[in-house]
Write a protein that binds this ligand. Structure first.
Ligand code: ZN
Ligand code: ZN
Length: 150
């Protein structure tokens, strides 16, 4: 294995990785490595859409886990990534390069982030919460697609 190959390979499926801005996206399984600051900004964006007022990015709530799932290697530095739980999903984290999300995990994490915020949004009426919940998935999908591919 050459250095170039090892840096350009998906940690999940060995597929090729494309640089998309600050992210690395797998061309086969749609896994993606996202810098933590970008994830924080996305969560803030989703929450802003949900509550209708600006929400500032805050550090991610990454919980430790005892999972026995196989650890992945960071596609940028090949360090073994740590398993962390983010909004109920087990993800892989390189402290230097960010978080690896499999396939639809990024969208799922953002969905959870939006719902978690809604439950604590006291300023919203119940009717507004219902309307927002129904439209959130579409907003999030659009944002994620824009974010990953452009
Ligand atoms: Zn892959
Ligand atoms: Zn790394």
């Amino acid at each position: 294995m050459t250095m170039r190959d090892s840096f350009a390979t998906c940690p999940r499926c060995d597929g090729g990785l494309d640089e998309k801005g600050t992210r690395l996206v797998c061309t086969q399984c749609e896994g993606v490595l996202v810098p933590e600051l970008d994830v924080m900004k996305l969560v803030a964006e989703v929450r802003t859409l949900n509550v209708g007022e600006a929400v500032e990015p805050v550090p991610l709530d990454l919980e430790t886990t005892e999972t026995t799932e196989q650890a992945l290697r960071c596609p940028r530095c090949l360090t073994t990534m740590a398993k962390r739980v983010l909004y109920g999903l087990t993800v892989d984290r390189c402290e230097a390069h960010g978080i690896w999300f499999d396939g639809k995990e990024l969208q799922a994490a953002l969905d959870h982030a939006g719902i978690a915020r809604l439950k604590t949004a006291r300023t919203l009426s119940t009717e507004r919460k219902v309307v927002i919940t129904l439209t959130t998935a579409a907003f999030i999908a659009l944002n994620v697609i824009r974010f990953i591919y452009f």
